[in-house]
Write a protein that binds this ligand. Structure first.
Ligand code: ADP
Length: 606
């Protein structure tokens, strides 16, 4: 059973965006006035020409110069009118060229009428054609042309009267003009119905557009709320994870150790959930942007499988990765997001497979000089998914086994995130599965080839910039910690002390600036949101002061802001690196070693 994730691929969507809508409207109007109306006009004049020919046939004359001239006038006028509209539509200022030609048509018809009515006065009704074809524009237009037609006919009769008084037959002509007027008025009324329908339609479209707008707003507000809440949760999570980590390094009795470890593991699970919610809401609020760089995609795939091997270490599951031999060395993609997709799929495959194999198979689907299309297929020999559930699993918070006794943990967000990320990358996603046999999830992505040097595969939001310090001897690093939250202060201070650092604490940005002036620290950890002066301003002031006084201290931002653009803002303020909360002792250790060159004291394992 195979299914493709709904929405993945290139389905056209309904466009309600104002700019696009206006552009479509303008293109439609142009098509109507420069193609459709001139074409219909041309057909009309060809019919009039046919009438002229038939009339000549009835009279038993071959096409005399007069008839040929009429045919020529009709066809030439239709062609010139078309050309004039193609060139001049919307270029004649306030003069509506299309409307003007509708009026001129009546004059050309009168010329035809003059010839045709010789045998039948009722050819006058030809003029009513104009009223009929204006009905689509509405009542007022049709009613106006009713007057134009009748007046044109009466003026023609007057003209005839001055030249051939005998041919006028006033009584009949007045009767025809009156009948034309009544019929024309009747035709115009049908324009009212069309107008009403059109109004209703535009009201319906407007309300649909307003509804979509408000739904989008509501959805954006929800996503922003979720992003804000999950971001705010990261700060207290730093306290919980940090204190349990510290607790675990104290001399606990076995029971206490087990409880603390469970608390730590639960906090980690909560953090994973928060990260998922944050990711999903950022994608939905369109705040997540891709950062394509040159990547060695083969290494990325192999490293991701290796990274996941720890997840399957407790079960008889073999993990493997197969790459095509012709895989191009370097392609352009966002490695963080491609890895996130693969990690989610591999994580599920391992989670739902008790024994057997989990394999990542990369296939080259298309290869041009500029780009490749790759298929990443994650196959497992796990429990599989029932056919009727395949269409649902890509929805957020959906799990096949939703019962309270389900065996496997999870939130039902993983595949929703995968689907959104694949859509963001303009890729395709699908699954084949058979219960009891296994599943295979596949993702197809187009990637441009690149000649640039590939970024290290482990590039992440908090990847370290270059120019870290040279390794140095085992000196105690003197660290300034700028952090306003008392719990985080306590946690980070204890962690740093455990790592053998000498720590100064500042509770706001201004105090951090003062402390930085007083001592030459080896490293500054800078929280971003602080009272009095925030971390960005404090970093800027420290850098300005250093430019005057000399010296340079690396500054590492400590932030719960895992959002796009935050890292760039920190670097612009003069900071060297960004560490996202919650932080562990191990993370602090590697940052200190990188930026001071001092090895830290090894944290005790727990
Ligand atoms: P989670 O795994 O956190 O529950 P996902 O969105 O990643 O959430 O997956 C949704 C559901 O799809 C899972 O709960 C599971 O029922 C099903 N599923 C996903 N991957 C697999 C797989 N490899 N084998 C069997 N079932 C799977």
């Amino acid at each position: 059973m195979e299914t493709t994730a709904p929405g993945s691929g290139d389905e056209p969507g309904l466009a309600f965006e104002a700019g696009e809508l206006a552009a479509r409207k303008a293109a439609n109007a142009r098509r109507v006035h420069t193609v459709q109306i001139p074409a219909i006009r041309a057909v009309g004049f060809v019919i009039v020409c046919l009438m002229v020919v038939l009339q000549a046939w009835r009279e038993g004359t071959v096409l005399a110069p007069l008839q040929l001239a009429l045919i020529g006038i009709n066809l030439l006028y239709a062609a010139l009118g078309w050309i004039a509209l193609r060139i001049g539509w919307k270029r004649t200022g306030r003069l509506d060229l299309s409307l003007l030609l509708f009026h001129v048509d009546v004059l050309v018809w009168i010329a035809n009428l003059h010839y045709l009515e010789k045998s039948n006065l009722f050819f006058a009704y030809l003029l009513l054609m104009r009223v009929a074809d204006q009905v689509g524009f509405g009542f007022r237009r049709a009613f106006w042309f009713n007057h134009v037609a009748v007046v044109a006919y009466l003026v023609y009769a007057l003209w005839l009267w001055t030249w051939e008084p005998a041919a006028v037959q006033w009584l009949e002509r007045l009767a025809i003009a009156a009948t034309m007027y009544v019929l024309g008025a009747y035709l115009s009324v049908t324009g009212l119905v069309i107008e009403r329908l059109r109004n209703r339609m535009s009201i319906a479209v407007r309300s649909a557009r307003e509804m979509v707008d408000s739904l989008e707003q509501a959805s954006r507000a929800k996503s922003q709320f979720l992003a804000m809440v999950s971001h705010e949760i990261r700060t207290p999570m730093n306290g919980i994870l940090g204190t349990t980590e510290l607790l675990l390094t104290t001399g606990l009795q076995p029971d206490q150790h087990r409880y603390a470890k469970t608390a730590h593991r639960s906090a980690m699970a909560l953090l994973a959930l928060i990260d998922d919610v944050l990711d999903l809401s950022r994608i939905e609020a369109r705040k997540l942007t891709l950062h394509p760089v040159a990547v060695d995609v083969g290494t990325l795939a192999a490293e991701t499988v290796e990274l996941m091997s720890f997840a399957g270490r407790d079960k008889p599951v073999t993990l493997s990765c197969s790459l095509p031999t012709a895989l191009p060395a370097v392609v352009e993609c966002d490695p963080v997001r491609v890895r996130q997709v693969l990690v989610n799929l591999l994580h599920n495959a391992i989670k739902f497979t008790e024994r057997g194999t989990v394999a990542l198979v990369v296939t080259l689907l298309a290869d041009t000089p500029e780009a490749v299309r790759l298929r990443f297929r994650v196959e497992d020999t796990g429990i599989g998914i029932a056919a009727d559930k395949l269409g649902l699993i890509f929805d957020a918070f959906t799990q096949v086994d939703g019962s309270s006794t389900r065996r496997h943990g999870g939130t039902g967000l993983g595949l929703a995130i995968v689907k959104q990320l694949v859509e963001l990358m303009d890729g395709r996603l699908g699954v084949t599965s058979e219960p009891g046999v296994g599943s295979a999830f596949w993702v197809e992505l187009d990637m441009k080839k690149s000649t640039a040097t590939p970024a290290p595969a482990a590039t992440t939001l908090s990847a370290l910039p270059a120019e870290a310090a040279e390794p140095r001897g085992p000196l105690r690093a003197h660290v300034l910690l700028a952090e306003d939250d008392p719990v985080n202060q306590m946690v980070l201070h204890s962690m740093l002390v455990k790592l053998g650092c000498e720590v100064d604490i500042a509770s706001d940005g201004a105090a951090a600036f003062r402390a930085a002036q007083e001592f030459r620290h080896d490293l500054i950890f800078m929280d971003l949101h602080m009272p009095v002066m925030d971390g960005h301003d404090a970093a800027r002031q420290i850098r300005a002061w250093e430019r005057e006084q000399g010296g340079y201290t690396p500054i590492v931002a400590l932030t719960a802001d895992a959002l796009d653009g935050d890292r760039e803002r920190c670097l612009q303020a003069g900071m060297n690196d960004v560490v996202t909360k919650p932080v562990s002792t191990a993370m602090l250790a590697s940052v200190i070693e990188r930026w001071t060159g001092h090895p830290t004291q090894p944290a005790s394992p727990w």
